[in-house]
Structure formats: structure tokens, C-alpha cells
Design a protein around this ligand. Structure first.
Ligand code: C2E
Ligand code: MG
Ligand code: MG
Length: 468
């Protein structure tokens, strides 16, 4: 083609075609060459550079073209590895090895797929093809594919253990060319990991849960910026001997603009997997301390307990942000208690241990939340500067009917006291449980029997009346 182009260009530049009908012909020829070149360029964009298989653009064009054809088109998608594993491979063995691995795995997929099916390489680690559910046993094909990858993939003599996912999703009429089927097949492939069958068919419920999680995470920055999506409710804690309250726990509430109220038990674990937890904790700290300062001016002055995520302790500058917030709101750090779950405290990471020691040095109290739900070697209780142990509500809520749990809770209380810790029971819902815990010497309690979490103004009223 280059040759033809050069000849045409030369003849146009002054040779025999410089005038007359020959010139017209040469120009037309040149247009044709340029058109062919543009087509070739576009076609190149429809293939993966590594496997040379048609790519996602081509898949979308092909499925759009097939719209309206009969049959029951079903996409079988194979994802070769999870991103962290792939990154480990890149780091240890390099990009060229990873490219070879993808080609070796693609060859296995090609061998198993029906010979007349076009194989597409739709993302770095995903390959797919379209089966006709009328004429092909799609479940059998998916199972065969999954089984093939239970053996390591041989790459440059190295047996690479994969964690392949295999997913099936029907190409719904009218959705051809949209890519929606790829998203559904990928969701199914991800769900298949950990299933003994090794493959999975698209499941709307599991996908909807994923999408909800995604929507929630995406909504967090807006929630933080919005004046009315997030709020704090406050649940008092009382002495089981006197009934008086001297502390209160701040609990985050979120009214999502379209999903309505979302419980922290749902969104906090999601947020904790991302760096957004830093912003959420900063919001809670700022609003919690501002509320505490306002109550103090009204003569209501409890200790404020805040829930802190383990990852906050790994953040650079977290302890300074605590100091800065108490300074700005003129709050004595001794009036702040930070609750951590056991898992946060049992880590051996020096950064985390230093942060805990610095928080204690600021004068704040450290409490272990949900005690008894982690699997820990309790040695950390003797080594860390912890003052309060909150027994998880799973022990207390049903305590009345459970003699073995009663033994455990009594034992925990005695052990904590022997170590000089204060014991708080969470989730007290009945008078019977309250009285048992009080008999055993449990220091404080929190739960629906005493009060539900309250909006700030109601808490101030409750506190004044309770302690009158
Ligand atoms: P948690 O810190 O253990 O808080 C106690 C949870 O138990 C709260 O649920 C509270 O409303 C509930 N509760 C209190 N008394 C009773 C009772 O008698 N019976 C029953 N069934 N439940 C009771 P909530 O507010 O839904 O919070 C759930 C969890 O979400 C909290 O558990 C905490 O781990 C987390 N969380 C809440 N707010 C924050 C926050 O600001 N930051 C972080 N990192 N986590 C938070
Ligand atoms: Mg808590
Ligand atoms: Mg708790």
C-alpha cells in the first residue's frame, strides 16, 4: 500500500498525471488508498495488542450486528485472575511474563470454546465468547472451562496457579451492543470464585447487592459535603449501680438522598475498605466535638465516646487531628473516649501501637468495642494502654436464657477487673439482664432498656432528667 501511495504522490507532484483526466484518476485512487488506510487503522483498534484477539469494541459491534437474530445468546466470560494477584505477578515476574501468561490462558479458553465461536479479549484479564443456549449446554461448557483451570497454566515452564472465575449471562434482547451483558457476566464470574463448581450464572440479587454497595461508596463524598445527609445520634451509658450517666456514644446516621436511611452496620464496613474512612472519621470527630462543646455550654458535660476504625490508626497525622480538634473546641481530651475493635488493637504493626500510645498520652481513654467477637490472643490486654472493655451485645442480649454465656460474661468481668479495666455491657434490653450484670459487678451498661440512640436535643433532655 505504501508503494502505491508513493507512486500516486509522485505522479501527482509533476509527472504524467499533473494535468487532465489522469490527474482526476490519480486523486480518486489516492482517496481510495487513504480510505483503506483509515479502515485498517480502525480495525487495528478492534484487536488486543497482546493476544491479537478481537477486543471489547469489536464484541460490542458484533453483538449490535447480531441484534434480532434468533436463538438464546449467552455470554461465557472467563476472568483469569484477581487484580491483586495479577499485580503480584507483574511485580515478581514482569510485564512480558504476564503477557505470556495471558496468551497461554487464552489458548486454553480457545481450545475449550466451540470452534465456530469467535473468542474476544474484552479487558486485560477477561475473555469471552457467545454461545447459543438453544443448541449448546451452557452449564456443561462453563463447568468444563472451570475444570480446565484447576490445573496450573504453564507459562515459560512455570506452573502458574490461577484463580479463574467463569460466568454466564444471557444477552437480553435489546441490550445488544451495550456492554451490559459483559458487566453481568463479569459479576457472575466474580461470584463464581469460592464456589465449588467454579462457575456461576448471573444472579440479579447478588449483583444488586454489589451495585448497592457501589452506590453507597460513591455517595459518601457527597454525604460528607452535604449539610443534612449525615448526623450523629447519641446513646447514653449508665452506671449499673447508681443509674447515673457520665458518658455517651456517638453513632453515625446517614439518610441517603435516594435510598433513605442506611445503617452504619452496612456502610461503615464498606467505607473501611477505602481511604474514605479518613474523611468519615474526620466528619464524626468534628461534629461530635462541636456537639460536646455546645452541651458543655448548656451545663451538660458527659464523656463522649467515638468509634474509630483500625485504618485511622495507620493514617499519617491522625493523632495530630485529634489534638487539633480538642484544642479548637476547647475540650479537655480526658472527656474523649475512643472505641476500637479488638482487631485494631491486636495488630503488631509498630505504626498502630505508636498511635495508640500517643492517643493515651494525649489523655484520651481507650476502649475495646465488641469484646469477645474477635479471635484474639488476649495477651494484648496486658500490653496495651486500654482502660475500658465493652462486652459485645451478642453475649448480653440473650444472656437471660443462656447459662454458658452467663459463665463467660462473669469470667470476662472478673478478668477485666483483675487487670484494672472498667467493664461496660452493650445491648442491655431487659431488666433481668441488667440486674444479673449489676450483681456480677459489671460497671456500666448501654442498651435499649436504658435508652435508644437519641438525636442531640433529646439526649440533652434525657441526660438532665436521668441525672437530676
Ligand atoms: P457499636 O459501636 O458496637 O454500637 C452499638 C450498636 O448497637 C449501635 O448500632 C446501637 O444502636 C446498637 N444498640 C445499642 N443498644 C442496643 C440494644 O439494646 N439492642 C440492640 N439490638 N442494639 C443496640 P448502630 O448505631 O447501628 O451502629 C452499628 C455499628 O456501626 C457500631 O457498633 C459501630 O461499630 C459502627 N459505627 C457507628 N457509628 C460509627 C462511627 O461514627 N464511626 C465508625 N467507625 N463506626 C461507627
Ligand atoms: Mg461502639
Ligand atoms: Mg459494640
Amino acid at each position: 500500500m505504501l508503494d502505491r501511495f508513493q507512486r500516486l504522490a509522485a505522479s501527482l507532484a509533476g509527472g504524467e498525471a499533473a494535468t487532465g483526466p489522469l490527474r482526476r484518476q490519480a486523486l480518486d485512487d489516492l482517496d481510495a488508498v487513504v480510505g483503506a488506510y483509515a479502515e485498517a487503522r480502525a480495525a487495528l483498534g478492534q484487536f488486543d495488542h497482546n493476544t491479537l484477539l478481537p477486543n471489547r469494541h469489536r464484541f460490542l459491534l458484533d453483538t449490535a450486528r447480531q441484534a434480532g437474530e434468533r436463538g438464546e445468546p449467552t455470554v461465557l466470560l472467563v476472568t483469569l485472575a484477581e487484580a491483586p494477584r495479577y499485580n503480584e505477578m507483574l511485580r515478581a515476574l514482569g510485564h512480558a511474563f504476564a503477557d505470556d501468561f495471558v496468551r497461554a490462558a487464552a489458548a486454553i479458553v480457545r481450545d475449550i470454546a466451540p470452534a465456530d465461536c469467535e473468542l474476544y479479549h474484552v479487558s486485560l484479564l477477561s475473555l469471552c465468547f457467545v454461545l447459543d443456549g438453544h443448541t449448546c449446554d451452557t452449564a456443561l461448557m462453563a463447568a468444563t472451562m472451570a475444570r480446565a483451570f484447576t490445573r496450573p497454566v504453564q507459562c515459560r515452564g512455570v506452573p502458574v496457579v490461577t484463580n479463574v472465575g467463569v460466568g454466564l449471562a444471557a444477552l437480553a434482547p435489546g441490550r445488544e451492543g451495550t456492554g451490559e451483558v459483559l458487566r453481568a457476566a463479569l459479576a457472575a464470574a466474580q461470584d463464581s470464585r469460592g464456589l465449588s463448581s467454579g462457575w456461576s450464572r448471573y444472579d440479579r440479587a447478588s449483583d444488586e447487592a454489589q451495585r448497592r454497595a457501589f452506590t453507597l461508596l460513591h455517595g459518601i463524598p457527597d454525604a460528607i459535603a452535604s449539610p443534612d445527609q449525615l448526623s450523629l445520634h447519641f446513646q447514653p451509658r449508665v452506671s449499673l449501680r447508681s443509674g447515673r450517666s457520665s458518658s455517651v456514644e456517638a453513632l453515625l446516621r446517614w439518610r441517603h438522598p435516594t435510598l433513605g436511611p442506611v445503617a452504619p452496620g452496612e456502610f461503615i464496613p464498606l467505607v473501611e475498605t477505602t481511604a474514605l474512612i479518613s474523611d468519615v472519621t474526620a466528619w464524626v470527630l468534628e461534629h461530635g466535638l462541636s456537639q460536646l462543646a455546645a452541651w458543655t455550654r448548656q451545663g451538660v458535660s458527659p464523656v463522649l465516646a467515638l468509634n474509630i476504625s483500625p485504618n485511622n490508626l495507620r493514617e499519617r497525622g491522625f493523632v495530630e487531628s485529634l489534638r487539633d480538634a480538642t484544642d479548637r473546641h476547647r475540650i479537655d481530651p480526658a472527656r474523649i473516649e475512643l472505641e476500637f475493635t479488638e482487631n485494631a488493637l491486636t495488630t503488631a504493626e509498630p505504626q498502630v501501637r505508636t498511635a495508640i500510645a500517643e492517643i493515651r498520652a494525649l489523655g484520651m481513654t481507650i476502649a475495646i468495642d465488641d469484646f469477645g467477637t474477635g479471635y484474639s490472643n488476649m495477651n494484648y490486654l496486658t500490653r496495651l494502654p486500654v482502660q475500658i472493655l465493652k462486652i459485645d451485645q451478642s453475649f448480653t442480649r440473650t444472656l437471660w436464657q443462656q447459662p454458658r454465656q452467663q459463665l463467660l460474661v462473669r469470667g470476662i468481668t472478673e478478668m477485666a477487673h483483675a487487670l484494672g479495666l472498667k467493664v461496660v455491657a452493650e445491648g442491655i434490653e431487659t431488666q433481668e439482664v441488667h440486674d444479673l450484670l449489676a450483681d456480677w459487678g459489671c460497671d456500666e451498661g448501654q442498651g435499649y432498656l436504658i435508652s435508644r440512640p437519641l438525636p442531640p436535643a433529646e439526649f440533652a433532655g434525657w441526660y438532665a432528667q436521668n441525672n437530676a
